[in-house]
Design a protein around this ligand. Structure first.
Ligand code: BEZ
Length: 212
């Protein structure tokens, strides 16, 4: 499989998971998706990542996001590992972990980078829209745990910019001002952005977050 890029359709698959056999598209339904991969079960950074994700369940639900993880270990090991995660991270893992022992899904999503490791999957994330298109990809090294607040921030941006002709600037957080897309003509701004706007440069026009 070639590398998946932004705007590509996230390929569907069926797989064994810690919550039984799933069809990926059926699991996602009309929700947004976060699909993230892990080097292996019973590894320290992954343990903290899965615990951190479980603790954010209410935040993902509020954004209509379904989460699914992947590791190349078999489902029996996933169950034992989940017990450890629940115990050590003081949470309850509340999303499926794909048991990709035959590497089928890993190959489909290009999750084994042989120059990093011949056998372990990299630490990748795909954010998938309700249209099943890939909206974000990122890949971290095995040694660096991901920032799950950043994933929530990106989803907030994606959901906002899907409905308004705006983009979110550097380090944007919910409630901050946003930028008006260059495609919007000055003459159309007052009607589209009734909260007001500032023109800093002709290409840099700022408005309060429109959906608050
Ligand atoms: C970890 O998840 O802790 C990990 C996995 C592979 C290499 C280094 C750390």
């Amino acid at each position: 499989m070639a590398t998946l890029r932004l705007g590509d359709i996230a390929p569907n698959f069926t797989a064994e998971t810690s919550e039984g056999r799933i069809d990926f598209y059926e699991y996602l339904g009309n929700a947004w998706g976060i699909f993230f991969s892990h080097p292996a079960d019973f590894t320290p950074v992954c343990t903290t990542e899965l615990g951190a994700t479980a603790k954010l369940a209410a935040e993902f639900a509020a954004r209509n996001v379904k989460v699914i993880a992947l590791s190349v270990d078999p489902v029996g090991r996933h169950h034992l590992w989940i017990d450890d995660i629940n115990e050590t991270q003081q949470t309850v893992v509340n999303f499926p972990i794909i048991a990709d022992a035959d590497r089928k899904v890993s190959e489909l999503y290009d999750l084994i980078h042989p120059n990093a490791s011949e056998t372990a999957t990299v630490r990748s994330v795909f954010v998938i829209g309700p249209d099943k298109k890939i909206k974000l990809t990122l890949t971290y090294p095995a040694s660096t745990g991901r920032n799950f607040y950043e994933l929530l921030r990106v989803i907030d941006s994606l959901q906002l910019t899907a409905h308004y002709q705006v983009a979110t600037p550097a380090n944007w957080q919910q409630g901050d001002d946003v930028v008006i897309l260059p495609a919007v003509k000055d003459v159309d701004i007052p009607a589209k952005f009734p909260k007001g706007f500032r023109v800093i440069k002709p290409y840099l026009r700022i408005t309060p977050q429109p959906n608050l």
